[in-house]
Design a binder for this molecule. Sequence first.
Ligand SMILES: [Zn+2]
Length: 462
Amino acid sequence: MRDKIDILVSNGLIVTMNEERRVVENGYVAISGDRIVDVGVGDGKDKYIAEEVIDARKHIVLPGLMCAHTHFYGLLLTGSPWFSKIEPPTDFQQNLQRIWWALDVLLSNEDAYASALMGSIEFVKSGVTFFFDNISAPNAISGVLDYIEKAVNEVGLRGYLSFEATQRRSLQEGVEGLRENERFIKKNNFDESKLVKGAIYLHASFTVSNDLFLKARELADKYRALLSIHAEEGLVDVYHNIERYGIRPIERMEKLGFLKDDVILVHVVNATDDEIKIIKKTGAHVAHNAMSNMLNAVGVAKVPEMIEQGINVGIGNDGYIFDHFENMRSTYLIHKVWRKDPRIMTPLQILEMSTVNVARMFKVWKELGSIEAGKKADIVLIRPELPSTPVNSKTVYGHLVNTVNSRDVKTVIVNGRLVMKDRVILNVDEEKSIDYIHKVVEKLWDRLVEKGEYQLDVLDKP
Ligand SMILES: [Zn+2]
């Protein structure tokens, strides 16, 4: 008797990312409903009758990749005429004042929806099935997360959505930001059927008062929600805290009782060795965004040291490049050149930082992050188009980091449901969506060129 199942992925090179990091050559994955029910050797056809059989010959079968930190709205500015209207920023703080804060005050619900649609399409096309988005839109606070949720659901991804609580303009605006997070958490986090959940997001310690830190901590405890915050991305964060509080950002967060194992510290570029010890002690996690750090010229985070100390680090994109393979490759390379040591960062570590580590960070390791019987079925099929050497159990990690790119991602399954097959996105019309997104972007750029201004008053508040 063969068991009836929904999907049988057959004859693939299965990179399980289970505890033993088992790789199965010529193996199968059996999926029933939203779960993986079996992983084994062979085509699986002697054990299962499936509604849909996916031939995975010459394919790598991976757990869905996870992006530890993103901003969908970061996609809206590529090539914008705004860049030719401003004096080019010379540091991180001016980057915010002249570019990102000039943009975010003009964002509407429709901009949020369009950027989330674009980002979700790009994620699927590069094999990312789960992400943590952080939006800033001070003039579209209440309800904006519903617009992002709509786009993510249309494409069919799993995600955490959060709104930026910041007091750069007023103390009250920070409270309103938290309120939007709380509203969304109450709406989604206790409903098992929802793939999109809420989380809490504070901008950074140089735009947040002690009071707001404590309010965010209280909310996270009350709803068992995740917290994310940019930490020591630029020097302004460090100087602000030393000037106002006499201590550095991560020291201040610890003193306030804010840091726990539900906190995702984003960037951590300028942390001292003592601060890294604090992160380890509190169990907080780190989202590393190598390409964004390069673009913004903020420096190189001490990721190898953090990993050595046992801190959990995952790879994010910070809203810059959504091709996850480029982010993996950059993470693989940047620490070698920075430390002048080619031994630093292995391909397997890079893959862990995109799967199991992020599953731990997102507190879903029992359900996601690896291909194992009983886990949720988030699975990606990759066919390397131009592998220069054989792709097998011994070479696969090297190929994933060195030769594969997102165009090799062919088929994506989220929660047992196909969302892309043979590179065709199944739930939305890709071409129509992109035409629509471009129209929204052009309207936004018109507003930006007409009304955009530097946001300079920002650091005087908390
Ligand atoms: Zn960010």
